[in-house]
Design a binder for this molecule. Structure first.
Ligand code: ATP
Length: 305
């Protein structure tokens, strides 16, 4: 088996008194999309910046394709693609110049096709400072991917992007996975992580409080499945007999809401009760707990797993 593309072992980073990362471990394989999730200040950016060679870890081991980012910046340069933050380019630099400049730096031909895919074809001659925030983010993404690096770091990649560009980014991430790229996606957008990441780690106060596939994490949630029901005559409202599987019950905007640990029996009993009351069903929804709910559960529990 190929060694992991990214290795993080007993990694700790302090800024003076502040312990930004308190000793974390994870690996990312080739062709794997790894979501680093956490609220503001959790330590995501610090972790990425140390992997990118921009900061030095206080303790621990970091490797990117076998390279120590703090000691071998020259070798690291071609191995990684980083989506720079908005301040990364001079305001007067044109979009096409930025692409030429970045590609010359890496010794590859400019990738104007990527600019086109990200909807920047009409902006090739525009100066960076005149671009909208979303356009600046799209350019940063194109520049991160232009030299086809085997390892990519994206920090909040879709913040400020419109729906169309977001979809294009998702398609691009899928292609990177196919090509065997190892990608870390740092985000607090849980829906996005759930959609894109093969595995996620939830970082809280500099520690990993949960990790695994998005599916495994949500399955581990203690949250119950929501079954929401509305019927023409609302006969369920007056019902006192308990329904199977229902642990909690509430009423929201004319809907009966059942929190169930056994969806099948609950839904069957609801339908039976309505049929017996000759009360036609208007709406029925079954919602599984999302990664976001799991995240909120962990963060509100103070990080205990
Ligand atoms: P966000 O989602 O807000 O970007 P984050 O998860 O990326 O958050 P970091 O930026 O890594 O978190 O910050 C982790 C902690 O380290 C925070 O408490 C932050 O205030 C602190 N920190 C980050 N950079 C520095 C610095 N240069 N000097 C001092 N403290 C810092």
């Amino acid at each position: 088996m190929a060694p992991p593309a990214i290795v993080v072992e007993a990694f700790r980073k302090t800024y003076g008194e502040v312990e930004a990362v308190a000793g974390i471990d994870f690996t990312v394989a080739e062709g794997e999309i790894f979501g680093l999730l956490g609220p503001n200040g959790a330590g995501k950016t610090t972790t990425l910046e140390c992997l990118e060679g921009l900061r030095t870890p206080t303790e621990g081991t970091l490797r990117v394709r076998g390279i120590d980012p703090a000691r071998e910046p020259g070798r690291l340069r071609d191995a990684i693609g980083v989506q720079l933050q908005t301040s990364g380019l001079p305001d007067t630099m044109r979009v096409d110049e930025a692409m030429r400049f970045f590609c010359a730096y890496h010794g590859v031909a400019p990738r104007f096709d990527l600019l086109e895919r990200l909807g920047l074809q009409a902006k090739l001659r525009a100066q960076y400072g005149t671009l909208s925030t979303g356009q600046q983010r799209r350019l940063a993404l194109a520049l991160a991917l232009a030299h086809e690096p085997p390892v990519v770091f994206l920090d909040e990649p879709t913040a400020g992007l419109d729906v169309g560009t977001r979809a294009e980014l998702h398609a691009l991430v899928g292609e990177l996975r196919e090509r065997g790229v190892a990608l870390i996606l740092a985000t607090h957008d849980m829906a996005e992580a759930e959609k894109l990441a093969d595995r996620v780690a939830i970082l809280l106060g500099g520690r990993i409080v949960a990790s695994g596939t998005p599916k495994a994490l949500t399955a581990a949630a203690v949250d119950l499945t929501r079954v929401t029901v509305r019927s023409e005559r609302a006969t369920l409202q007056g019902r006192t007999a308990p329904l199977p599987g229902v642990q909690r019950q509430a009423r929201e905007d004319g809907y009966e809401v059942y929190f169930s640990d056994a969806i099948g029996p609950t839904v069957a009993a609801v339908l039976r009760a309505l049929e017996e009351a000759d009360d036609p069903l208007v709406d029925l929804r079954v919602e599984r707990p999302s990664l976001e709910e799991r995240f909120l559960e962990l963060t509100s529990a103070g990080g205990a797993q």
